[in-house]
Design a protein around this ligand. Structure first.
Ligand code: FAD
Ligand code: UDP
Length: 390
């Protein structure tokens, strides 16, 4: 098999995992990133004053059912046990502010309704007295919530938060967003239900730097990709924004961005890693306290982020793809353009305009790298996408 010279745009998980795979297969790989660090949005860095490991672009918790992906990350970094136990502050049924447990579980239900239900009783109560069972096939976020938890819990925990997070009524959002969250009729308050969950002992950047640490890989930071740059390589993998590759010539795909108000605190600010705020008139969605993401460490000081969500402007970091009907039509046009281009494969969260958790990003990166190797061996051209954005 001939060896090639390939360009990865982006030193996040997508670029690092594909780059590593191809370097191990004997190819030369150059990775460029316009940021001054590797790691993409997973980047972590210790706060100088407190020593706390800060998740610079928002908190990242690793969770997966994919054994190969779990084994993959564990090759490059020690993962220590971490369970995400999220709290939320909102109004109870009598308008009193309280702290509740998420995802909605038996504790939340009992506390909210002032009951001492056992699991079956809680289920009967939600199904018979709360849920709107006239909704047979929920399409929107709001219908999904009304169907499964009913109006009271929906309004306390989901409505205000979602309006703040997405900037629109939950009646305009797809049911799939809420389907990410379970409702439990027991006291299990683990936010995720995956088999493997943990946190990298020395942060994600250390892990991603190790993935990139291979003699076949050259990393160039503070380097903006230009399409002319691609001309010097046999193939380009692009993990930047799909519309950005084409100079936004057809218009911009909509994203939500986040503003983080970072502050220090002496001691323990909130006693947990993540505190959500369900009320619409609290302007932030949540406060995260980063030392609690590393429970094996001990720090006197603390670093917290207040998170505010808003529509991304051209100069903002694009975080959450909106994927409303308007965006989907534009997306289809960009996909067509990408498929006509040749010589470039679009990967990752921004390249395929989808919200991808880290484990899915790694899975797709491994699959893309393997697919690409096959296409080199067979002499066929590589496709624009190994995972379809549509
Ligand atoms: P990115 O990490 O975005 O990397 C792309 C890189 O390319 C960036 O460094 C960017 O600067 C660079 N780039 C872009 N354009 C150019 C250009 N023109 N020239 C040069 N460089 C360029 N996942 C989880 O599993 N658990 C979580 O708890 C979790 N929390 C999250 C919280 C937030 C707020 C967000 C936004 C995401 C979260 N994720 C989480 C998802 C996770 O961040 C992604 O799965 C992962 O970052 C995707 O990696 P990527 O390499 O595809 O993209
Ligand atoms: N959500 C909510 N209230 C909460 C937490 C989440 O309404 O306290 C909604 C919100 O719309 C969010 C979605 O559920 O976008 C998925 O939640 P998740 O925690 O998975 O959000 P993400 O990791 O995308 O920030």
């Amino acid at each position: 098999m001939a060896t090639g010279n390939f360009l990865m745009v982006g030193a996040g998980l997508s670029g690092a995992v594909i780059g590593r795979y191809l370097a191990e297969a004997g190819h030369q790989v150059t990775v460029v990133d316009n940021r001054p660090h590797v790691g993409g949005n997973c980047h972590t860095e210790r706060d100088e004053e407190t020593g706390v490991m800060v998740h610079i672009y928002g908190p990242h918790i690793f969770h997966t059912d994919d054994r190969e992906v779990w084994d993959y990350v564990n090759q490059f970094e020690t993962f220590l046990p971490y369970k995400n136990r999220v709290k939320t502050t909102s109004l109870d049924g009598n308008g009193k502010r309280q702290v509740f447990s998420l995802p909605v579980n038996l504790h939340t239900i009992n506390q909210f309704f002032g009951q001492t239900f056992r699991p079956g009783e809680a289920r009967d109560f939600i199904v018979n007295d709360q849920a709107d069972t006239s909704i047979k096939d929920p399409q929107t976020f709001e219908e999904q919530a009304m169907r499964f938890v009913g109006k009271d819990l929906y309004e306390a925990f989901f409505k205000g938060y979602t309006i703040k997070q997405w900037g629109m009524s939950p009646s305009r959002l797809p049911a799939s967003i809420l389907k990410r969250l379970p409702v439990r009729f027991n006291y299990d308050d683990n936010y995720f239900f995956h088999k493997y969950q943990g946190m990298p002992e020395n942060g994600y950047t250390a892990m991603i730097a190790r993935i990139l640490d291979h003699p076949g890989i050259t990393v160039k930071l503070d380097t903006e990709f230009t399409r002319e740059m691609g001309g010097g390589f046999d193939h380009v993998f692009y993990s930047g924004p799909l519309d950005g590759y084409f100079g936004y010539s057809l218009g911009r795909l909509g994203y939500r961005t986040l503003d983080f108000e970072r502050f220090r605190h002496d001691g323990d600010y909130q006693g947990c890693a993540v505190m959500n705020y369900g009320e619409e008139d609290v302007p932030y969605t949540r406060i995260t306290e980063h030392k609690h993401f590393a429970p094996w460490e001990s720090h006197d000081g603390s670093v917290c982020y207040r998170e505010f969500s808003r529509a991304a402007e051209p100069e903002d970091i694009p975080y959450y793809p909106i994927r409303q009907v308007e965006e989907k039509a534009l997306l289809a046009d960009y996909v067509k353009l990408a498929e006509e281009t040749g010589g470039v494969t679009f990967v990752g969260r921004l390249g395929t305009y989808r919200y991808l958790d880290m484990d899915v990003t790694i899975r797709e990166a491994l699959d893309a790298a393997r697919g690409f190797e096959k296409s080199i061996d067979s002499g066929e051209g590589a496709p624009a996408f190994y995972a379809s954005p549509l």
